[in-house]
Unconditional design. Structure first.
Length: 203
């Protein structure tokens, strides 16, 4: 699932073995009786190099390439796996991969909207717009912090760094909502509970 700065349609024939490209076209159609789309099954089979019927973080990493031709970071792959690896086995099956695929496409669609020069990176202002589109309203200071955290030198955010941010923000948001019983945007949290949230929302 290589991230292609040109945003072309999926092209299996021209990709290196095991590397798959997510295009900018519509999501694949759902198969009969709500089944998994053939395209997703094809991608899963290509990533599942040992033909075990499961995908590991290492296999996922080998298949995900950003616009700079670099594999996604270990952090990005482990966080993506962790979203659906509920039994902590270190692997996901086809059904879980299908859900992960949908999330990746949603994040890519937002990222590509603001990557106007198709460089495979977005800047601080573009990040703010992207997160706003996803329903998050952060202060300029916090956006700057996120940008510098992604790349201290340039402040630019690559697609895999963007996905890491999305997953972490989503996890912390879910944990916050559970504790925001008054729904007023504030919580009181004990130290151990805070540590539990911080550790469970990381890899």
């Amino acid at each position: 699932m290589a991230y292609n700065p040109g945003y072309g349609q999926p092209n299996f024939g021209g990709q290196p073995a095991g590397q798959l490209e997510i295009g900018h076209g519509p999501y694949p159609s759902v198969g009969p009786a709500g089944g998994i789309a053939p395209q997703v099954q094809q991608w899963f089979a290509a990533v599942d190099k040992d033909k075990s019927g499961f995908i590991s973080a290492a296999e996922l990493k080998s298949a995900l390439v950003n616009a700079q031709g670099q594999n996604f970071s270990d952090t990005a792959c482990l966080l993506m796996m962790g979203m659906f690896d509920k039994d902590r086995s270190g692997h996901i099956n086809l059904e879980e991969f299908d859900k992960l695929y949908t999330y990746i496409n949603q994040w890519l669609a937002v990222f590509k909207t603001y990557d106007t020069d198709q460089s495979g990176q977005i800047d601080e202002q573009e990040l703010s717009k992207a997160l706003s589109q996803m329903g998050f309203r952060f202060t300029p200071e916090f956006i700057k912090f996120l940008s510098k955290r992604s790349d201290p030198n340039t402040g630019m955010i690559s697609v895999d760094s963007f996905i890491v941010l999305c997953i972490q923000i989503q996890r912390f948001t879910e944990a916050f909502r559970v504790r925001d019983t008054q729904q007023n945007g504030t919580v009181t949290i004990g130290f151990e509970d805070f540590l539990n949230v911080a550790l469970s929302c990381s890899i």
